[in-house]
Design a protein. Structure first.
Length: 149
């Protein structure tokens, strides 16, 4: 989709590309967890859906309208905020996995489905990435080469 954000490997997930501009930050815990970025004149919500306190985390980006942003910013509680934020997610998004050490590792367009299935897919991917991180150093020691290099 042409209105989807373009992200880059290695970028911080809250600023997912060199040409992305931070616009608003809504949640923060050692790093921005949700907010708005602008790229090529289009604004996008971003949020960390899973893994906030893990080595790998799952991020979602989707285009927003002024009405979406106004609704989110007028939330009266954290629960209301999260509900309004996810309500603005229309099923078309970019999902990305990032690590604390290396930033964005990979992404794909997500077209359709609901937020629950998106969150479950992200959680599964994070568990897989954690397992890879656990196994890779041992494989490196045995082979003397980087796994996947």
């Amino acid at each position: 989709m042409s209105d989807m954000i373009h992200v880059q490997v290695g970028a911080a997930p809250w600023l997912p590309a060199a040409d992305a501009e931070a616009v608003a930050e809504y949640e923060y815990y050692e790093m921005p967890l949700s907010g708005v970025v602008r790229q090529a004149g289009v604004e996008y919500f971003f949020t960390c859906m899973a893994g906030q306190e893990e080595n790998f985390n799952f991020w979602v980006y989707w285009p927003i309208t002024a009405a979406d942003r106004e609704a989110v910013e007028s939330a009266k509680s954290p629960k209301d905020f999260r509900s309004r934020l996810l309500h603005a997610l229309g099923g078309h998004a970019v999902v990305a996995v990032a690590s604390d050490d290396y930033g964005i590792l990979g992404w794909r367009d997500f077209d359709g489905g609901d937020t629950q299935s998106m969150a479950e897919a992200g959680s599964d991917l994070i568990r897989w990435m954690d397992r890879v991180a656990e196994i890779a150093p041992r494989a490196h020691e045995r082979s003397g080469e980087l796994v996947g290099a």
